[in-house]
Design a protein around this ligand. Structure first.
Ligand code: ATP
Length: 229
């Protein structure tokens, strides 16, 4: 579904990505792990077209993305959830979700909202509640669910569990498994191994702009990279 083939990216003369080869299949949860400055955000942003890959190919559902600009790429059923939890505090859950479907028609948005609320009953219960009064965990779920309003086939989430209590991390894990069960692919970007080791199908480890390990959580567990953490 998503293939990086020998992708390299530069910031001026500095090479930030070195010949990246990765893939994410339909319905797969893949976690990209790496320390600060390893190049995780650069990989994510290269996929989004800014900075542009200086060489290599990125194919998504058969289309070449390298050379397209960011709005064109974002129209291809890819959703990106940036780091941090942001809800519109004075708007209700329903209104927050509507913000995520801004570009769709009214009927399509309503249908998609019904689908999302059906998948996440806890949010449905809170449908008419102002987001600002909800717990941190519920706000996180709302942020994640808002992304579903565009009916994506691939979701890329930057550090969804950063600074969250274990109970909420568990909720995020359930959210990801719900997506997987619907055939949605997830690329998670994490500094920690928590989710990577429990629910990922595969883990990718980045170091100094290269992928230094790819494999199942079990093979990662058995490998030296994890022992160094
Ligand atoms: P973090 O977890 O801190 O977000 P990261 O793994 O996402 O780290 P990147 O932000 O992709 O790492 O950074 C990779 C390398 O590219 C680092 O050496 C960083 O200093 C460099 N870099 C990142 N953004 C720029 C930029 N706009 N201009 C020049 N160099 C950059």
């Amino acid at each position: 579904m998503l293939y990086f083939n020998n992708v390299s990216t530069f910031y001026g003369k500095i090479q930030a990505l070195h010949d990246i080869n990765i893939e994410v299949q339909k319905g797969e949860i893949v976690t990209l792990i790496g320390a600060n400055g390893a190049g995780k955000s650069t990989l994510l942003m290269t996929l989004c077209g800014s900075p542009r890959a200086s060489s290599g190919s990125i194919r998504y559902q058969g289309d070449e993305l390298v050379g397209l600009d960011t709005p064109e790429i974002m129209r291809k059923s890819i959703a990106v959830v940036p780091e941090g939890r942001r809800v519109f505090a004075r708007l209700t859950v329903e209104e927050n979700l509507a913000m995520g479907g801004f570009f769709g028609s009214k009927a399509d948005n309503q249908e998609q909202m019904d689908k999302v609320l059906h998948l996440f009953p806890r949010l449905k219960e809170r449908q008419h509640t102002e987001a600002g009064v909800m717990s941190g965990g519920e706000q996180q779920m709302l942020t994640l669910c808002r992304t579903l309003m565009g009916d994506p086939d691939l979701i890329i989430i930057d550090e969804p569990t950063e600074g969250l209590a274990p109970k909420i991390v568990e909720l995020v894990g359930q959210y990801l498994q719900t997506l997987k069960a619907r055939g949605i692919s997830v690329l998670l970007i994490e500094q920690k191994l928590t989710i990577a080791m429990t629910i990922s199908d595969r883990a990718l480890v980045m170091g100094h702009g290269s992928i230094v390990f790819q494999g199942t959580p079990d093979s990662l567990r058995a490998d030296n990279y994890i022992r160094k953490e």
